[in-house]
Write a protein that binds this ligand. Structure first.
Ligand code: CMC
Length: 436
């Protein structure tokens, strides 16, 4: 318990009206420590004051140097580099290196990194048999989640998370194997043979080969499609403390191996509120069907009958910077695949919404999901695969956040408080007496 003292350091003065006591809580980095609030108590037998924050909407759970977001200004940076520059000039593997190591690689580091990732794309043959055991209609996200979790049994040494070298090799393995597992989950649903990785190809071209190769000697994907998918991976590579990253950190805080922690992240991403909005955008565009129906649809949204999917964001109150980049990638992809007629409807919706006071006053702008589903569809992915693509892109982000967690001395096992609302001190009556 601290009485208020004159101080020049930033602080918050709190008066507890139950006791009349005042407290001065230091403010650091725009936050107060929840533990400092815990010192505020009505009397010694009472628990200290806590904050109630379902969904952690106003609670910082960690210090992180990975990703910076300014939602009001529409800024997204990985390790200080703007997403626009990375999407235009970098590659997914270089961005993955940046996220994991915190700085851009020199030539030797880059070559070694790409070499290591390329030569860890194969999985143990038993992983293949394991995947083949799934039902014919298994959802590819369920297969991915289970297979990544299963990898922890193939690499038992991964449980030693105190060893930096060991952590590094698991990170390489996971980034490398994720496309193999994702592609095999895709082939499984189609009853097609699983295709082994091709080490002559780039990360993303190899993924396309494992997805689409049939009897040809070599799968030769159009470079523009490879680039577009690579850009989509970059855009999804990290997004600070979102639901799945929080899941990775929370599970990782028990010091479990990274495969198990990332499997938890995949589970979180599987949920429709997190990874599934682009599929909902496609359904919405199909339902609207033609340009003439757009005004009536917008009226329905404004009347509160439904939402304009792919618009609005918890953090971005400006154009989601990723949406702008995706819009450009959409044009590149359609140059190769031909234009999806749904694009015209999407463009018209965007045009109307950006001028309409309903959307402008609520600061609703297109988010990352508004155009991504159109690209994925053009690349021949069924909707169930959209979240798998998200997971492949997000893996370096999950792992860089996990790495940061393991090196952060302030972190503890995640264990939020609760407000207990149930009964207390009831007396148990045995079944024979209760049912008599
Ligand atoms: N269409 C119509 N109205 C909307 C929409 C929308 N898409 N989004 C928000 N609003 C309205 C909402 O009705 C409310 O209006 P009022 O003040 O009159 O009640 C106001 O805007 C604020 O909405 P909110 O629900 O409090 O905002 P939120 O920050 O809780 O929700 C959101 C964010 C993303 C869940 C929401 O905008 C939404 O449901 N969007 C559509 C689904 C979508 O595209 N999700 C993908 C998000 S991006 C994924 C990622 O970053 O990984």
């Amino acid at each position: 318990m601290t009485d208020v003292q004159a101080s020049t350091a930033p602080s918050l003065t709190v008066r507890d009206n139950r006791t009349g006591q005042e407290y001065e809580l230091p403010i650091t980095d725009g936050t107060i420590k929840a533990a400092d609030l815990g010192k505020i108590r009505a009397d010694d037998d009472e628990p200290g004051l806590a904050v109630y924050d379902p969904g952690f909407v106003n609670t910082a759970s960690c210090r992180s140097a990975v990703t910076y977001i300014d939602g009001d200004k529409g800024i997204l940076e990985y390790r200080g580099y703007p997403i626009e520059q990375l999407a235009e000039k970098s590659t997914f593997l270089e961005v993955a290196y940046l996220l994991i190591y915190g700085q851009l690689p020199d030539k030797t580091q880059y070559d070694e990194w790409v070499h290591h990732i390329t030569y860890h794309t194969f999985v143990h043959e038993n992983v293949r048999s394991f995947m083949q055991g799934f039902r014919y209609d298994a959802h590819p996200m369920g297969m991915l989640m289970a297979s990544v979790g299963a990898l922890s049994t193939f690499y038992p040494e991964s449980r030693d998370i105190s060893d930096m070298h060991n952590r590094e090799i698991q990170i390489i393995r996971m980034i490398a194997k994720m496309p193999t597992l994702g592609a095999w989950a895709f082939r499984h649903a189609q009853g097609k043979p699983y295709i082994y990785p091709d080490n002559d190809l780039s990360y993303t071209a190899n993924f396309l080969s494992m997805l689409f190769k049939m009897s040809e000697q070599k799968y030769d994907a159009d470079e523009r499609l490879v680039k577009a998918l690579d850009v989509l991976f970059i855009l999804h590579a990290d997004h600070e403390q979102n639901c799945s990253t929080n899941a990775v950190r929370s599970v990782g805080s028990s010091q479990v191996d990274p495969y198990s922690a990332v499997a938890a992240g995949i589970a979180a991403l599987f949920g429709p509120l997190h990874g599934g909005a682009n599929e909902a955008v496609l359904r919405m565009l199909r339902r609207i069907g033609s340009l003439e129906n757009v005004p009536a649809f917008i009226d329905g949204v404004k009347a509160g009958n439904e939402r304009l999917m792919g618009f609005g964001h918890r953090v971005y109150k400006n154009y989601d910077p990723r949406a702008k980049i995706i819009k450009k990638a959409t044009e590149d992809v359609f140059e190769v695949t031909g234009v999806n007629p749904l694009l015209k409807i999407a463009q018209e919706l965007e045009k109307i919404a950006l001028e309409d006071d309903y959307f402008v006053s609520r600061r609703l702008y297109p988010n990352v999901d508004f155009y991504s589903g159109l690209i994925y569809e053009a690349l021949q992915f069924p909707p169930e695969m959209f979240t798998v693509l998200f997971a492949i892109g997000r893996t370096p982000g999950w792992l860089s956040q996990w790495l940061e967690l393991t090196e952060d001395k302030e972190q503890k096992i995640a264990r939020p408080k609760q407000i207990y609302t149930g009964d207390r001190s009831l007396t148990f009556t045995p079944r024979e007496e209760r049912w008599a």
